[in-house]
Design a protein around this ligand. Structure first.
Ligand code: C5P
Ligand code: MG
Length: 162
């Protein structure tokens, strides 16, 4: 039997807006602005969801969850992540590891790293030592650096026996 490895990449961006919660990896971070979007706008969960779907060649998040479908309004995006995990597992894949970066000028996120990793790991059915979450500012340049948006990037490796 051969072991097959697959890698996928994910990226997402959401605007920062007042009157919205700042949710990253299912963790609500206290801040005066939050991420705007149809669901809970959890930019990190969206990037990781796309990375899983990409590794398994299962399309992208919008293919499975239309952003004009009212049933997904305000949805907890960990649900999208769990769905992508289940789809990948149905194809015989297991998650080897996740690496990710959130690019956000403010607030500082490092105190939330462990809680975010634990949330993501629980949702993905892996140990937290397989889920990396990094944070960067954009050095005050561009829409992220000016505090108008947040971005996230993710890479996921899957494995299966064939
Ligand atoms: O963007 P910069 O390289 O200056 O970030 C330095 C460190 O600050 C990062 O490695 C990360 O640990 C932390 N950071 C953070 N929250 C952010 C941006 C950066 O905790 N929003
Ligand atoms: Mg998104």
């Amino acid at each position: 039997m051969a072991i097959e490895f697959r890698t996928g990449i994910g990226w997402d961006v959401h605007r920062l807006a007042s009157g919205r919660p700042l949710i990253l990896g299912g963790v609500t971070v206290p801040f005066d602005l939050g991420l705007d979007g149809h669901s809970d706008a959890d930019v990190l969960s969206h990037a990781i969801t796309d990375a899983i779907l990409g590794a398994a060649v299962l399309g992208d998040i919008g293919l499975h969850f239309s952003d004009s479908d009212p049933q997904w309004a305000g949805t907890d995006s960990l649900q999208f992540l769990a769905y992508a995990r289940n789809l990948a597992e149905a194809e015989g894949y297991a998650i080897v590891n996740v690496d990710s970066t959130v690019i956000l000028e403010r607030p500082k996120l490092k105190d939330y790293r462990l809680a975010i990793r634990q949330n993501l790991a629980r949702t993905l059915g892996v140990e937290p030592d397989r889920v990396s979450v990094k944070f960067k500012t954009a050095e005050k340049i561009g829409p992220v650096g000016e505090g108008r948006s947040a971005e996230a990037q993710a890479v996921v490796t899957l494995r299966r026996e064939r």
